[in-house]
Design a protein around this ligand. Structure first.
Ligand code: AMP
Ligand code: ZN
Length: 113
């Protein structure tokens, strides 16, 4: 069982921001900024390494960046935003279905890098 697969299948509700046949984007349940959207491939990949190893992973990654751009447009993030991917245990990933956090709506100051 995977939480995000259940959300994609509609078994668990989500607050949808954007969707196409390959990607679902929904509001994070625990936002860290005024805009905090998760961009999630509709196909299950464990993480970015799993995407890289899969035959269609690069295709999905292309769809991810297009969806990020759509989310930024929908949410009016014209002044910019941040994209975060937590990968694996040391990266702080808690949901083991690859996803990308789009954070913005405020001038982001806390930078790790
Ligand atoms: P990560 O820690 O990078 O794996 O990110 C997982 C994210 O999923 C966290 O920011 C959580 O707040 C978010 N999350 C967990 N459950 C839900 C849910 N049911 N709907 C929306 N976001 C969720
Ligand atoms: Zn999944």
């Amino acid at each position: 069982m995977c939480l995000f697969c259940d959300i994609i299948e509609g078994k668990i509700p989500s607050s949808k921001v954007y969707e196409n046949d390959k990607i679902l984007c929904f509001n994070d349940i625990n936002p860290v900024a005024p805009v905090h959207v998760l961009v999630v491939p509709k196909k299950h990949f464990d993480d970015i390494r799993d995407m890289a190893a899969a035959e269609d992973g690069v295709e999905y990654m292309g769809e991810v960046i297009k969806a990020i751009s759509e989310v930024a447009k929908i949410k009016g993030l014209d002044a910019g935003f941040r994209v975060i991917n937590n990968c694996g245990e040391d990266g702080g990933q808690t949901v083991m279905h690859a996803h990308y956090h789009v954070i913005g709506g405020v001038k982001l100051t806390e930078k790790m890098i």
